[in-house]
Design a protein around this ligand. Structure first.
Ligand SMILES: N=c1c2ncn([C@@H]3O[C@H](COP(=O)(O)OP(=O)(O)OP(=O)(O)O)[C@@H](O)[C@H]3O)c2ncn1[C@@H]1O[C@H](COP(=O)(O)O)[C@@H](O)[C@H]1O
Length: 108
């Protein structure tokens, strides 16, 4: 099974690309073009993900979600953030939902 460590490695690469030559790297070129271009790519990949889900081809869906994740990671890196910030938010929510479940059990 592929490890989630790939997110750590990709995140390191994306951070390095912030100072890379735009003519030699897709990510450096996106950073150079700026926020609007990155947001445009995120929007395009979100639409392509929806279309892939609709056509019922699971491999196509996985590939489009990978494109979407990748471009959201580029967006986070451009804003000085990373997947770790998102994972921390999900962990926080898990904690919140745990509290909610306990409260619900007491009420029920
Ligand atoms: N995971 C990815 C990755 N996923 C998708 N893409 C690129 O994202 C683009 C997807 O956009 P589209 O599907 O719209 O295809 P396109 O028409 O070619 O895109 P545009 O040129 O129009 O933007 C393609 O150019 C893909 O090559 C990626 N480019 C890079 N990475 C990773 O990022 C690392 C750094 O990349 P470089 O900066 O290019 O060295 C690489 O080592 C990879 O690990």
């Amino acid at each position: 099974m592929v490890s989630a460590e790939i997110l750590d490695r990709l995140s390191t690469t994306l951070a390095e690309r912030r100072s890379a030559d735009p003519s030699t790297s897709y990510v450096a070129k996106l950073f150079h073009k700026g926020t609007d271009e990155i947001l445009k790519k995120v929007g395009e990949e979100a639409v392509e993900t929806i279309m892939a889900a609709k056509d019922g081809d699971k491999l196509h869906l996985v590939r489009e979600v990978a494109d979407l994740w990748f471009h959201t990671l580029v967006l986070l890196a451009h804003e000085g953030l990373s997947h770790e910030d998102v994972l921390a938010e999900l962990a926080r929510r898990e904690g919140i939902s745990g509290i909610d479940e306990k409260a619900a059990r007491k009420q029920g």
